[in-house]
Design a protein around this ligand. Structure first.
Ligand SMILES: NC(=O)c1ccc[n+]([C@@H]2O[C@H](COP(=O)([O-])OP(=O)(O)OC[C@H]3O[C@@H](n4cnc5c(N)ncnc54)[C@H](OP(=O)(O)O)[C@@H]3O)[C@@H](O)[C@H]2O)c1
Length: 271
């Protein structure tokens, strides 16, 4: 499905994530005039974006069903927002939610439809390099899946999970994941300072190592483990560091513990 073919797409909540998605849709060919942004107190960036691409910007959703409604408001106000947008949900409307922690069942109750796809994107969506986990409920058609793929492809890679409870696992791995990588840059830089480097020099080295390694992984088809082995000479410096990182318990055990904590928190927030 092409975004050019969509004639009525509504985004409810044009904040950080909503706007990142909207920018990607227009970049991928959605005509600006087909996009409606619903936000009662839009930020300057949202107003400027709407003007530039010719999208409608309204404080409240109009009383006419759209082909797709994307929900990108904070979880705390989701219930109130759902009550206010029921009028725009017709039998042909696909609802795509990026709201963390709000279940399909809660959305079915709040919106009176079963055509709901629940997703978790992450912040690199801002530059089209995100990864989104998606789960489609019972009432979702093949056409809805194709539309979801087209909408989410604008944010980067799309992965479908077969059960809704795996959305919490997605949140813990990729939703929160960019922060783990930023921490890795901080940790490598701090370790460089401990070896005598100036803080700014250590950060340039750490940051660009992560950027370069990620870019390499992006263009290579080889597994991460093979890329790692390819840069590890026997008894060399990399091998010495990896012996520490891969000891038991090492980085894998620590990451498993961290991601488990994120998973538990995601479950708590969804209660
Ligand atoms: N950021 C991430 O990495 C990420 C990742 C995965 C999922 N998510 C999910 O994405 C959703 C949005 O997060 P965000 O970081 O983009 O938050 P955000 O920047 O606060 O965006 C939410 C937007 O909704 C607006 N809004 C408030 N009340 C509204 C209403 N009644 N109708 C329409 N819009 C309304 C807010 O306006 P005001 O600022 O004026 O209140 C704001 O512009 C959350 O549910 C979050 O769980 C985010």
């Amino acid at each position: 499905m092409n975004l050019q073919d969509i004639d009525a797409l509504v985004l409810v909540g044009a904040g950080k994530m909503g706007l990142a998605l909207a920018k990607g849709w227009v970049r991928d060919g959605l005509p600006g005039g087909s996009l409606m942004l619903v936000d009662p107190l839009p930020h300057e960036e949202t107003i400027a974006f709407a003007q530039t691409v010719g999208a409608k910007l309204v404080p409240q959703i109009p009383d006419e069903p759209a082909r797709a409604v994307v929900l990108a408001v904070k979880p705390q106000i989701a219930e109130q927002v759902m009550a206010g947008i029921r009028c725009a949900i017709g039998p042909q409307t696909l609802v795509l939610s990026v709201i963390a922690g709000i279940s399909i069942k809660a959305m079915q109750n709040g919106l009176g439809t079963k055509r709901i796809v629940r997703t978790i994107p992450n912040t690199p969506a801002q530059i089209g390099k995100g990864v989104t986990g998606a789960y489609g409920g019972d009432g979702v058609s093949d056409d809805d899946n194709a539309l979801t793929n087209a909408l989410l492809a604008a944010a980067g890679t799309v992965v479908w999970v077969p059960q809704e409870n795996l959305i919490d696992a997605v949140t813990s791995v990729s939703g929160s994941g960019p922060a783990y990588v930023f921490l890795m840059a901080e940790a490598m830089a701090a370790a460089g300072v401990a070896q005598g480097l100036k803080p700014d020099v250590a950060m340039v080295l750490a940051r660009n190592t992560i950027i370069g390694a990620a870019a390499l992984m992006d263009v290579e088809t080889l597994d991460a483990s093979v890329l790692r082995q390819n840069v590890t000479s026997p008894n060399g410096t990399t091998a010495a560091a990896l012996e520490v990182l891969m000891a038991k318990p090492g980085l894998t055990e620590l990451m498993t513990k961290a991601i488990h904590a994120a998973h538990m928190r995601s479950l708590e927030l969804g209660e």
